[in-house]
Write a protein that binds this ligand. Structure first.
Ligand SMILES: C[S@@+](CC[C@H](N)C(=O)[O-])C[C@H]1O[C@@H](n2cnc3c(N)ncnc32)[C@H](O)[C@@H]1O
Ligand code: SF4
Length: 333
């Protein structure tokens, strides 16, 4: 699948729930959240069918996200079902990590169980190592669980584990170096992500925004000039650098400040309520659940995907339109 601007679509990010056991200020509003009714959420069978259609159209990488995907009941059965999908070479998960160390019915940790059903990469959110800042940011006191989850993921032997840190001025600047050291000690890739205006949370104002260039300068004042690694890519929009004198990679996701950010976009998103989104940073979404439930054939669903790709914008409109209001928890980050 290729759009009007030459973006080749090979990556589908699939949100399987809008629910979460945390309440990150940049992702979810604090007020009591109304969850989607169960009937409005794609079943695993429906999700599987849409992923099959996407892989028939050339998608080779799928990342399961949410909300917190590991809060959905019987989530391992979805991964089990995905094993049978031809052409799916890369199956990843985005998680806050808090449930990865939990024991599943089989006695394995959730991380081990995921590894056993072919999940090869895991992205784990970690904005701070300070328990108080963690609790203030996520609304929950779960730092020990998140750290145990990272240990469990390492023990499970995934091909790749990345830590994601959202940059927030006035909240976690003093954590950048501790996080780099934490990642170095575990040989994990750490990525710093610019705050995007996709929620109604209180942290989403211009004073909290901290550009990746500033985070990079802060690290350079400690480690010396970072060494660009333009050839290293992980299928995403991150640009990578090495810390001088170390074999450690740090990624920066400049969703707001990098004007070339969208050029290499290879993604479509499927929301948990069955909307296909050609771009995270635009209001465009198309209800594929409705046509599927109305009896569409696979050929019609393929046509639907192609039509959505046709409408993919050249770039996101966050910069012109810094208007919080869309919730990441519902779109699937
Ligand atoms: C929506 S979460 C879903 C998966 C999982 N619950 C987690 O926290 O990793 C996916 C990613 O989106 C990021 N995210 C959420 N809201 C964001 C925002 N407003 N700006 C930038 N990143 C955001 C989170 O930090 C996380 O890394
Ligand atoms: S970022 Fe992830 S953990 Fe935080 S509220 Fe959103 S979905 Fe939940």
């Amino acid at each position: 699948m290729e759009d009007r601007f030459g973006h080749r679509i090979s990556y589908l990010r699939v949100s399987i729930t809008d629910r979460c056991n945390e309440r990150c200020t940049y992702c979810m509003p604090h007020e009591l959240q109304e969850w989607l009714p169960r009937a409005d959420v794609l079943t695993y069978e429906e999700t599987l069918r849409l992923i099959r259609v996407a892989t028939d159209l050339g998608v080779s990488k799928v990342r399961i996200t949410g909300g917190e995907p590991l809060t959905r009941r019987d989530v391992l059965s979805l991964f089990e079902m995905l094993r049978s999908v031809d052409g799916l070479d890369d199956l990843g998960l985005s998680t806050n990590g808090t449930l990865l160390a939990r024991r599943t019915a089989s006695g394995l940790t959730m991380a081990e169980a995921l590894r056993a059903v072919r999940v090869n990469s895991v992205n784990i959110s970690l904005d701070t190592l300070d328990p108080e800042v963690y609790a203030r940011t996520t609304g929950r006191d779960f730092l020990p669980q998140a750290l145990a989850g990272i240990d469990a993921a390492m023990a499970a032997g995934f091909d790749q584990i990345k830590l994601n840190c959202v940059l927030m001025r006035g909240r976690n600047e003093n954590q950048f170096v501790p996080l780099v050291e934490f990642a170095a000690a575990r040989n994990l890739i750490l990525r710093f992500i610019e705050l995007m205006p996709v929620s109604t949370g209180d942290v989403l104002h211009e004073n909290s925004f901290l550009p990746v260039a500033e985070a990079r300068r802060a690290l350079e004042s400690v480690y010396g000039p970072l060494i660009p690694e333009p050839a290293f890519r992980t299928n995403g929009p991150s640009t990578y650098y090495k810390i001088p004198g170390r074999n450690q990679r740090i990624g920066f996701i400049g969703a707001m400040s990098n004007l070339h950010f969208c050029e290499s976009c290879n993604k479509l998103r499927l929301t948990c309520d069955g909307k296909l989104r050609p771009c995270l940073g635009s209001y465009l979404e198309f209800d594929i659940m409705k046509v599927m439930r109305a009896g569409a054939t696979d050929a019609e669903l393929k046509r639907f995907f192609l039509d959505v790709v046709e409408r993919k914008p050249e770039q996101h409109d966050f910069r012109e339109n810094y208007q919080p209001g869309r919730m990441m928890v519902a779109i699937g980050g």
